[in-house]
Design a protein around this ligand. Structure first.
Ligand SMILES: Nc1ncnc2c1ncn2[C@@H]1O[C@H](COP(=O)(O)OP(=O)(O)OP(=O)(O)O)[C@@H](O)[C@H]1O
Length: 284
């Protein structure tokens, strides 16, 4: 089959050799050094004021995951335009529908329990590279829509309860939750939920308190706050990951055209039976 996207020199489809078990490229730090995070067995919280660059970071991460041969995607996007391009490659795409969102979380919870059962049978404590079951990335772009805006209180609480369970217990079986919100407030991200997210990225926030709600209490007092991020420097924020100390990071940015190209290629790969052993040649 010939690739209309010409991503592969010989015109053939090939997996790019990415894996969900590999670190995901985020961007560059203040010294210009590349910054990546390992998402397997981790969850990531992304917060910041509207326009801070959260969805762009989400797309940079999803671009890696969608090109990973060993990862399934569940996308929740109430605005429907932030991650729409990836929907052909997703197992499930949820728009502004809290009932569907809850039913998807329930299915993931059942799957999680089954996977734990399987691990017990294998005398194993966690999923490993090459296992028969594939990690699943649950990506939610605008958490607050489901947990604090739409539907009645009962539905919102049910959504939050199910999500909390997946964030708390999903890691070992390969369920990775990446959640973004433009409302970093304690009702949307209570400390007990925030602390379950090992990795946190705070884009520009309007108050130290909001920045702390994403990164963790006390960081603003130590000088790590995103209130000082220049509003014109879109995307820039503090990443709290492997180093344990927030680092200033400018995420890589994929524009709509680049996302569309990657999404189309990933959708073709996923729809085909191209074996993973067929990979793109690595540039010399
Ligand atoms: N890393 C980046 N590098 C360069 N430009 C960026 C970056 N991130 C975001 N931008 C610019 O900022 C704009 C807004 O970004 P984005 O939509 O990701 O913000 P957001 O925080 O998700 O906003 P909202 O909360 O309203 O959904 C983008 O359309 C893009 O032009």
């Amino acid at each position: 089959m010939t690739s209309p996207l010409r991503l592969v020199p010989d015109g053939e489809l090939a997996w790019p050799g990415l894996s969900v078990f590999d670190p995901v490229y985020i961007g560059v730090d203040e010294f210009g050094l590349p910054t990546s995070v390992s998402l397997i067995e981790r969850n990531m919280l992304i917060g910041g004021e509207p326009g801070a660059g959260k969805s762009s970071l989400v797309n940079t991460i999803v671009a890696h995951l969608v090109l990973s041969h060993d990862c399934d995607l569940v996308l929740m996007d109430p605005k429907q335009v932030e991650m729409w391009q990836w929907q052909k490659s997703a197992k499930v795409f949820v728009g502004p529908d809290i009932v569907k969102a809850i039913s998807v979380l329930r299915r993931l919870q059942i799957l999680m329990d089954k996977l734990y059962e399987q691990l017990r049978r294998w005398d194993r404590r966690k999923i490993e590279r090459g296992d028969a079951f594939r990690p699943i990335a649950l990506v939610i772009d605008e958490l607050a829509y489901f947990s604090a805006t739409v539907g009645d209180k009962k539905l919102r609480e049910l959504f939050s309860e199910l999500l909390r369970d997946l964030v708390a217990r999903g890691r070992a079986v390969g369920i990775i939750v990446i959640a973004a919100t433009q409302r970093p407030s304690s009702d949307i991200i209570p400390t007990s939920l925030r602390d379950l997210f090992a990795w946190r990225f705070a884009g520009r926030c309007t108050t130290d308190a909001s920045s702390d709600i994403v990164l963790g209490r006390g960081w603003a007092d130590k000088g790590y706050t995103t209130t000082s991020v220049d509003p014109n420097n879109r995307g820039l924020g503090l990443l709290l990951a492997e180093d344990g100390v927030p680092a200033l990071v400018k995420p890589a940015y994929l524009d709509d055209f680049e996302c569309a190209r990657i999404a189309a290629y990933a959708a073709m790969l996923r729809a085909s039976d191209i074996p993973v052993s067929v990979r793109m040649p690595v540039a010399a």
